[in-house]
Write a protein that binds this ligand. Sequence first.
Ligand code: 5GP
Length: 190
Amino acid sequence: MKLLEDRIRKDGKIRNGDVLKVDSFLNHQMDIALFDEIGKEFYRLFSGDGVTKILTIEASGIGIACIAARHFGVPVIFAKKNKTKNIAGDVYTSKVESFTHGKVYDIIVSREFLRPEDRVLIIDDFLANGSALQGLIKLVEDAGATLVGAGICVEKAFQPGGDLIRSMGVRVESLARIKSMSVEDGVEFC
Ligand code: 5GP
């Protein structure tokens, strides 16, 4: 998606060679006109798939998922990062390793909101090693729901997540795929 690629070139900041900061338009301050175009593009890609729920993970996926959901006309569920040791009650749970902090944490979704009859589109901001996506996919599988695919804003294609998730047979659509990036040379797209 050219609009997103251009914005990354203009306002993205590269940290440590493998982290792209997009705080001025995606992750902290949010450009809602851009989100709307992103949502429209996800709708164009997945509108024929009978999506009934959009699933994302807190926190940075939520805004994008909500704007996309306006186009699909379906609810958004966000997987919560579980803060307590005891996982109690009627929830599905899985583990995610944080790319940016390195910690492993549990994510949960209430069984009430993810049902076997649901057709789920997962939406997230970044795809790096694929841990967040794998955790979300497990929640969908545990619920017995159908996974329609994953819509990702920025895939860092030089990291293994994209290949890993596609090799599981999941349809992954990334709006900007980064082939390489460095502080010296900037960002190169696939
Ligand atoms: P993964 O689980 O695929 O390794 O990483 C995905 C998650 O880590 C995303 O939900 C995103 O929040 C975060 N993430 C991974 N790489 C980056 C990055 O380069 N920049 C930012 N801002 N977040 C990232």
